[in-house]
Design a protein around this ligand. Structure first.
Ligand SMILES: [Zn+2]
Length: 160
């Protein structure tokens, strides 16, 4: 359970990544990779991942309502705001897309990619684009730290 929760959490925070730690998390009871090796692998992998900088309350990184926008992130720069709902991503209808279709679109995104978005903002449909980056150091530290604390040390974080 815990490992699966971490995978989902990472995917949501990073915003454009389906399973950064999926290959590191081998079972439901924790991560089988030695901690130092896991940290190095996660940091190396996160450096190549496209990051938008949102959290949503939906079932994947894009559906539902945006609940957080990281200050200074690509989402923030592009004008996304808490309360917005993403509707399309590079032309893909997020309300209709299957997980496979979404994975196909997000798999080609890298730091530096420009992504076209439409969203519901204050009752209006708005089109904009965001230039994705790799997650910054403090985001990487947060993601790796949460994984190590909850999955390697198996310590529950307050409020989770
Ligand atoms: Zn691990």
């Amino acid at each position: 359970m815990r490992g699966r929760q971490v995978v989902i959490f990472v995917a949501i925070v990073v915003g454009l990544v389906a399973s950064i730690v999926a290959s590191l998390v081998t079972g439901v009871e924790g991560c089988a990779t030695p901690t130092d090796e896991c940290v190095r692998a996660m940091v190396a992998r996160l450096r190549t991942q496209a990051w938008l900088g949102i959290e949503t309350d939906g079932t994947n990184a894009f559906t539902g309502t945006i609940t957080a926008v990281v200050p200074g992130s690509p989402a923030d720069t592009a004008g996304l705001a808490v309360g917005d709902v993403l509707m399309t991503l590079d032309g893909l209808d997020l309300g209709q897309a299957s997980p496979d279709e979404l994975a196909r679109v997000t798999a080609r995104l890298r730091p530096g990619s420009e992504v076209a978005l439409t969203l519901a903002h204050a009752g209006r449909r708005v089109a904009l684009s965001a230039r994705l980056t790799a997650p910054p150091g403090d985001e990487v530290a947060r993601l790796v730290g949460e994984h190590v604390i909850t999955t390697h040390a198996r310590v529950a974080l307050p409020g989770r």
